[in-house]
Design a protein. Structure first.
Length: 168
């Protein structure tokens, strides 16, 4: 069984995924890193090929990782918006929605210039709010577990997810 982390950009999926892998001896994959390693930066993919092409690359990576077992998979923020991705991930995994407040997310992503969906002429808070409103119901619907992350350390979040995964 795989442990799959989903949630908004800035929630800490990568940091927590690495910590879970360290604590459990599982292999860790970040779908965004796999794509970047193979195809170049996400910002360049968005700029030159568009979001639809990036989403197709995500599905290719999900197909590949879903065939493996015992992984920790940190997903890109928009990956679960595509039904096919969720179905593939659920076949051999439990999905954990890492939830954070708007304020927490805004603090974390405001300084990050690499996020293509937030590059919109200083309207970062507005765009983040729109994405959060659009995505939260989907994250909640696909998640096997919801883990609140506000005011928790990476270690605390990782321990909670490991504990929940053992129940599965």
């Amino acid at each position: 069984m795989n442990i799959v982390l989903c949630g908004m950009m800035g929630v800490g999926k990568s940091s927590v995924g690495i910590k879970i892998a360290e604590k459990t001896g599982r292999r860790w994959y970040d779908t965004d890193i796999v794509i970047s390693d193979r195809h170049g930066t996400i910002a360049d993919i968005f700029e030159y090929y568009g979001e639809a092409h990036f989403r197709a690359l995500e599905t290719d990576v999900v197909r590949e990782l879903a065939e493996l077992d015992g992984l920790v998979i940190s997903t890109g923020g928009g990956l679960v918006l595509k039904y096919e991705n969720n179905e593939l991930l659920k076949r051999n995994g439990k999905i954990f929605f890492m939830r954070a407040s708007f304020e927490t997310l805004l603090t974390r992503v405001r300084a990050d210039e690499t996020r293509p969906l937030l590059k919109n002429n200083g309207r970062i808070a507005e765009k983040l709010g729109e994405l959060l409103s659009e995505r939260t119901p989907i994250y909640e619907a696909v998640a096997d577990y919801i883990v609140d992350t506000d005011n928790k350390s990476v270690e605390e979040i990782a321990d909670e997810i490991i504990r929940l995964a053992k129940k599965s």
